[in-house]
Design a protein around this ligand. Structure first.
Ligand code: NAD
Length: 340
């Protein structure tokens, strides 16, 4: 058997020994933390395993001369420079379908929490005030819910929403009209979705074409009081415009599992100890404003993180490596899709 030198980063501590056991026979090093630069990575590494908080850029790919395979333990792969990898004939495998129900459930949880002011209600009671005044929410029934992206996750969310008697509309750059009949929703243009939705939930990958797809121009066309849910990628939304929309009460609330600068966020301790540059502070300013805003609910890129999804992620990652070894690689995003 081909013996590979594998290095994994950002692996949850409780998964380490399972991963190690499944790759017995290979040289495997596992870190529970992301790497902060290529200096940390063994220059002889052949398989690099990462999560979304590890930026695999051109510098890293160029420095790792023996690299053959990058496995990302995620669906999204915008943190990997796939073009450079492809140019060097390095395969890049993702986990395309581990979490369609898991992430959809998290999006729904954010929606429900916002609709019933759940966090403010719980906080108030914990603080000793048992009083519902000022905590009035809204029903999902009869609301128009706009889903952007009708792929694996978007469609699962549409299915989950069927029980709420809402009017579901969707926009996708590549609409599959068959889905309209089987999943009971209606495709509309992006403009119509933006103008008519009471709640908008994002489920598209981050590409050049989707970067800042929610910006000041689109927000200006939204219904007053709209709720925005984003469990896809932070940079789909221009954070500065989102803050503007919240401040101008066009957006009543936002439920976000992802932030534009989430990998560089600055916490209070770093600010106080002064170990950050003015540029870093500037870069993360909007995310920090969003975190502190009274009308947002932010979770730390946690939508994928269920026990069942984690198992599927690790098992598919191991299968990706094994398929690479046998020469019949699966889930290689540098190649045209064959298993969809
Ligand atoms: P998918 O590939 O199954 O679906 C994406 C959909 O977006 C497709 O239907 C595609 O046609 C559509 N699309 C592509 N470009 C578009 C554009 N320019 N405009 C409109 N629609 C466009 O992906 P998925 O499994 O549903 O996942 C969606 C995204 O969710 C992932 O790319 C990832 O970034 C994110 N995600 C986040 C988490 C988390 O933990 N927060 C976990 C998994 C996935």
């Amino acid at each position: 058997m081909q013996k590979l030198n594998c290095a994994f980063y950002s692996v949850p501590a409780d998964i380490k020994s399972y991963l190690q056991s499944k790759l017995r026979g290979h040289k495997v090093t596992i870190s529970t933390k992301p790497f902060s630069g290529c200096e940390e990575i063994d220059p002889n590494v052949e398989v690099l395993g990462v999560f979304v908080d590890c930026k695999v850029d051109k510098k890293i790919i160029t420095k790792l001369k023996k690299l053959k395979l990058i496995v990302t333990m995620s669906t999204g792969y915008d943190h990997v420079d796939c073009r450079t990898a492809k140019g060097k004939k390095i395969a890049v495998c993702n986990v395309p379908t581990y979490g369609e129900n898991t992430v959809a459930q998290h999006a729904l949880a954010l929606m429900l929490a916002i609709s019933r002011k759940l966090f403010t209600s719980v906080k108030r009671v914990k603080e000793g005030t048992y009083d519902y005044h000022g905590l009035r929410g809204f029903d999902l029934k009869n609301k128009t819910i706009g889903i952007i992206g009708t792929g694996h996750i978007g469609i699962h969310l549409i299915d989950m929403l069927q029980g709420f008697d809402a009017n579901i509309i969707a926009y996708d750059a590549f609409p599959n009209k068959e889905l309209e009949k089987t999943h009971n929703f209606k495709y509309v243009s992006k403009t119509k979705l933006t103008a008519e939705s009471d709640i908008i939930s994002l489920h598209v990958p981050l590409f050049d074409s989707t970067y800042h797809m929610i910006n000041k121009t689109t927000i200006k066309k939204m219904k007053s009081g709209v709720v925005i849910i984003n469990t896809a990628r932070g940079a789909l939304i221009d954070s500065k415009a989102l803050v503007w929309g919240l401040e101008n009460k066009i957006i009543s609330s936002a439920g976000l599992d992802v932030l534009e600068e989430e990998n560089n966020l600055i916490n209070h301790e770093q600010l106080l100890t002064g170990h950050v540059s003015t540029q870093d502070i500037y870069d993360t300013l909007m995310d920090n404003i969003l975190i502190d805003h009274p009308n947002t609910i932010i979770t730390p890129h946690n939508a994928f993180n269920s026990t069942e999804a984690m198992q599927r992620i690790i098992d598919t990652t191991i299968d990706n490596i094994k398929s690479f070894i046998t020469g019949d690689i699966q889930n290689d995003i540098t190649k045209p899709k064959k298993n969809k």
